[in-house]
Design a protein around this ligand. Structure first.
Ligand code: NAP
Length: 306
């Protein structure tokens, strides 16, 4: 891909930077001169990825910090460590994600896809917002998914307490929540005349490890294996698919409150462009209600009075 404009002196945090799209985003930002905080849940996997990145880009400035986005205590610890080590944040990419797992919950009872793909991003954003108040423009980029378009956001039972759980429905819903949050965050920031904008991007399809241990995404029966082997050739590489995330993060034409993705057939691949957004994500009443709910669930409270 074309080199990004210089990001020298900028600090970027990427969650899930040790693999797939997060790693590809990290390496491009590092190439452009940013200090890249690789926020990874496993120090071992993160260390390996950091070593690989430094080998590919010897001049890269990377910092590995432990973060499990599904755990509120880990987010709080990350915030304290970030405070000890940095004074500013110019870019946050909420990328970490999981897909299609059987029902599981984090240590405080939140359904794990919701906790990882959405609530963690909500809480981390609030934790890091105080570092974003410098004079230059700051972006918060949330990584969505095509699947959100087919989701329904049930705000009466967002945590799957009573509704029968569906692994892919829960994934799609967590991404719709993330996109509704992105739009509401951008509205709230705009109303405070902030230098920060919030926007989102999805990769289309990307050849990464996501869902590889998962029978739904990666069936082990002969038909499923055959189908996946045929599909593999059509799926863009992680480097290719990360372009829409990098576009949202760095391109001068990308704007707060927008959603970007590959502009080709069905938004599966192609040049970054505006992407189709489920209209629920632009519904202000839903955005406000989700915000209040998210504050109650996570205990993270910010931009609340707006
Ligand atoms: N690949 C696609 O086709 C596709 C399509 C649409 C959207 N997306 C989205 O793109 C994002 C990146 O996915 P990917 O395809 O690059 O998948 P990936 O290769 O599996 O990478 C996911 C990253 O997220 C990290 N992660 C998972 N749970 C975490 C947690 N609790 N705390 C911190 N980090 C955590 C993983 O860390 P570990 O190594 O420790 O597991 C890994 O670094 C996700 O949000 C995904 O939903 C992907």
């Amino acid at each position: 891909m074309e080199p990004l404009h210089s990001l020298a002196g900028k600090v970027a945090v990427i969650t899930g930077a040790n693999a797939g799209l997060g790693y590809q985003t990290a390496i491009q930002l590092a190439r452009a001169g940013a200090t890249v905080v690789m926020a990874c849940r496993s120090v071992e996997r993160g260390g390996r990825a950091q070593g690989q990145l430094q080998a590919e880009v010897p001049a890269a400035r990377t910092v590995l910090m432990q973060l499990d986005v599904s755990e509120p205590a880990s987010i709080a610890a990350f915030g304290r460590e970030f405070n000890n080590r940095f004074e500013r944040l110019d870019l946050l990419v909420n990328n970490a994600g999981i897909v299609g797992i059987p029902l599981a919950r984090n240590s405080v009872g939140h359904e794990l896809q919701l906790a990882t793909n959405y609530l963690g991003a909500f809480a981390l954003t609030g934790t890091l917002l105080p570092f974003c108040s410098g004079d230059g423009p700051v972006r918060i980029v949330n990584v969505g998914s095509l699947s959100h378009r087919f989701a329904k956001l049930d705000l009466d039972d967002i945590n799957w307490e009573t509704t029968p759980y569906g692994p892919m429905r829960a994934y799609a819903r967590s991404k719709l929540a993330l996109l509704s949050f992105t739009m509401e965050l951008n509205r709230r920031l705009f109303e405070t005349d902030s230098n920060i904008s919030a926007l989102a991007a999805h990769p289309g399809f990307a050849a990464t490890e996501i869902g590889k241990d998962n029978n739904l995404m990666n069936p082990q029966n002969p038909l499923g294996k055959w189908f996946n082997s045929k599909m593999e050739a059509l799926i863009p590489s992680a480097a290719e698919a990360a372009r829409s995330i990098l576009f949202a993060a760095c391109d001068e034409s990308a704007q707060g409150g927008e959603y970007y993705g590959p502009g080709g057939w069905l938004e599966i691949g192609g040049e970054p462009d505006r992407a189709r957004l489920n209209k629920t994500a632009r519904d202000c009443a839903v955005g406000k209600r989700l915000w209040t709910l998210s504050e109650a669930l996570t205990g993270a409270s910010y931009l609340s009075a707006i």
